[in-house]
Structures are given as C-alpha cells and as structure tokens.
Write a protein that binds this ligand. Structure first.
Ligand code: NAD
Length: 360
C-alpha cells in the first residue's frame, strides 16, 4: 500500500475528495489514504486553517491529493495554497490540458502540458509600497544606478529570475517530456525587452535543452505564444514558463479544453508533490452534491502517474473519458443546457466512472 495524504478542504472540497478517492480506489491502485483537514471549517476548532498535523502528514508521506480550500478573508491568514507551496518547496506547477470528447469547447484534439515556475518572478512577493521610507530609499538608489528615472510616487514589485530557479524548472519540463514520451519543449519569455531576467531565462533554457538532444526545443516570445496557442495549438506540446506568464497561459490553455471543471494540476518539489484541481472551493455549491468532480479526479490521475502506476492511471482516464463522451451521467455544467433535469450529482458521476472501471 502507498500512503497518500488526502486533504479534504472546505466548500465543495469534501464532496469531490470523496468522489475522487472512490474512483482511484476502484482502479486497485492500492493507496492507503491518510485523511487530513484544512480550510475555514477547521479554523474555529484548531485556531488555524492549516493545522500542523496536516502539514506533518504531507511532510511524512511526501505526496498529497488536495481538494480546494477557501482563502479566509479578513482574518490575517494569507492563502493556504501559497503557504503550502512555499512550505514544501513546490517549485513546479504542472497543468496538462487535454481535450475530452463531450466537453464543450471551441477546440478539439488539444493535448498540451503547461509547466510553470512557482517560486520566482514578479510573484516572489518582493514588493515595496508607494510612499514608504524603504521604497523611497530604493527609488533613490535605482535613480542613481539606472538611466531611467522612477517617480517618487511609485509602487515597486521586483522580478527575480535566477540561474538555479530556471535550470531546475526547465530540467523538470524536459524530464517530464522524456518520461511521458512527449516530443517538444517550448520555453516562453520576453527576452527582447527584459534582457537580464527573461534574457537569463532564455539563455539557461537553451543550455538545458542541449542536454536533451532526443527532445525538440524552441522558444517563443510570450505575446506571440498567446496568439499561436489560439490559432495553432496543435503545434505545441510541453510549454515551460516563468511564474507570471505561466499563471496566465495555464488559464488560457484550460480555456482551450473547456474550462475549470476539467483542469487538473500538480505542484511538485524535490521529494514532495501535491495534486489539486485548478478551480477553487465554490462555496455557494457546498454540500449540494452538485459540482463536477472531473478536475480533481484528473488530478488523481496525475498522482497515479507520479507514483508510476501507469496502468491504473490509463484505466481511470479511459473510464472518465467514456463517461464524459456518453454525456449521460454527468453533472449540470457538462450538459448542453445547465438546467437539464437529467444531470446527475457529484457522487453519481463518480459511480458511473467506477462502473466503467469495473467493466474494464
Ligand atoms: P472557484 O473556482 O471556486 O469558482 C469559480 C466558478 O466556477 C464559480 O461559478 C463556481 O461555481 C464554478 N466552479 C468551480 N468549481 C466547479 C466544479 N467543480 N464544478 C462546477 N462548477 C465549478 O473560484 P472563486 O469563486 O474565485 O474562489 C472561491 C474560493 O476558492 C476562494 O476563497 C479562492 O481563494 C479559493 N481558491 C482555492 C484554490 C485552491 O484550493 N487551490 C484555487 C482557486 C481558488
């Protein structure tokens, strides 16, 4: 048995976590689940939305499936999701975007993988507020050393991109491509404008690419990449990006395959991985057995692949694809009319997937 922490989350989290657990168990993957709580529901009891015993469970097992968690507003707690990524050094955000027949989308046959750097760039959280003494000091220093004056009334966000940070994420993209039998990696940047941050990213990307002669490499400027993804998505395969562009393009790619309901994800570090859907806790649907469990189930599929359980993963994917293609036992959001009375609930969609798994 492989021990995996199951963070049940809040809002719709517990329902989709249960649906996903049942589907994975039906594949016979031999997972022993260690249930752990996090989110606004445990805050009152534990005094924190992220109890130490939950962190400890993830730390010990090294792998978790995590349902969505609401970011508490006005409590002084920052995003639990960001906290977890930092705590465990989850530097890679993996977002496969694949078309499944039966999901409404303007595109078909999309099969892209977005690999986003998770720790650096403008999202590193190094910010200086307008008017603060340290900000004025920074501006004064910059005005002395740079030819382009900055107005005193300016807020500043810093964009660090390091050789080490770039090397490990680009290497991750190539290793993933090799492991999954994919043909090409595209590195995305704006090196023509930001020569010392994105320029470094591009230079390091090219260096790493030389170590993987079996996989094609190319680079694209981010604005051109957006247009290309809309016009010719079939030209791309694995796409590796710095944090900010990665955030934006992973949503763009999720849009190509039908949106949040079917967008799985993973945050991966050296010896640690947390698998989660792209969508949030949708609190207005909590406890109604109504929402679509697909994105978390597909995140579970990534977890199985990560554990090397390829046959079980394939079995699960085939079952999910078959249920979606039939379009009968699916949740309201997958029906052509969202008010379709034949839509089934979260657990009933999971039941249909389990029936397909059992039928082989
Ligand atoms: P959301 O993803 O929860 O909801 C956006 C829209 O998508 C809503 O209309 C919702 O009803 C719908 N939706 C989401 N998941 C669905 C599903 N499985 N099936 C059908 N419809 C679905 O985004 P939000 O409303 O901006 O965020 C709610 C909370 O979730 C916030 O506190 C946010 O911080 C948090 N959040 C958490 C995570 C995470 O845990 N990784 C990610 C994103 C947002």
């Amino acid at each position: 048995m492989t021990k995996v922490t199951l963070v049940t989350g809040d809002g719709i989290g517990p329902e989709i976590a249960e649906a996903t657990r049942r589907c994975i168990d039906a594949t016979g993957a031999g997972i022993e689940w260690e249930i752990a709580e996090a989110g606004v529901d445990v805050m009152e009891r534990e005094g924190t939305p992220l109890p130490e015993k939950t962190l400890e469970s993830i730390r010990t097992n090294g792998i978790a499936l995590k349902a969505p968690i609401t970011t508490p507003v006005g409590t002084g707690f920052r995003s639990i999701n960001v906290h977890m990524r930092q705590e465990f050094g989850l530097y890679a955000c993996l977002r496969p975007c694949k078309s499944y027949k039966g999901v409404r989308s303007r595109y078909s046959d999309i099969d892209l993988v977005v690999v986003r750097e998770n720790t650096e760039d403008l999202y590193a959280g190094i910010e200086f507020e307008k008017g603060k003494a340290e900000t004025l000091e920074l501006i004064e220093w910059l005005n002395k050393h740079s030819k382009r004056p900055i107005r005193p009334n300016t807020g500043v966000s810093i964009k660090p991109i390091s050789v080490e940070g770039t090397e490990r994420i680009v290497k991750f993209a190539f290793e993933y491509a090799r492991k999954m039998g994919r043909r090409k990696v595209t590195s995305v940047h704006k090196a023509n404008i930001m020569k010392f941050s994105d320029g470094l990213w591009l230079e390091v990307s090219r260096d790493v690419a030389k170590r993987y002669p079996d996989i094609e490499f190319e680079d694209r400027i981010v604005d051109n990449m957006c247009m290309q993804l809309i016009q010719k998505p079939e030209l791309y395969d694995v796409i590796v990006l710095p944090n900010l562009y990665g955030d934006i393009l992973s949503d763009l790619c999720a849009g190509l395959v039908g949106g949040l309901g079917v967008a799985p994800g993973a945050n991966i570090g050296e010896n640690m991985a947390i698998f989660e859907a792209t969508h949030g806790s949708a609190p207005k649907y909590a406890g109604q057995n109504k929402v679509n469990p697909t994105a978390l189930i597909l995140s579970g599929l990534l977890l199985l692949r990560h554990l090397g359980k390829m046959a079980e993963a394939e079995h699960l994917e085939k079952a999910v694809a078959a249920v979606i293609a039939e379009g009968k036992d699916v949740t309201y959001d997958m029906k052509p009319d969202r008010n379709d009375p034949t839509a089934v609930g979260t657990q009933e969609m999971a039941d249909a997937i389990i029936r397909k798994i059992k039928a082989g």
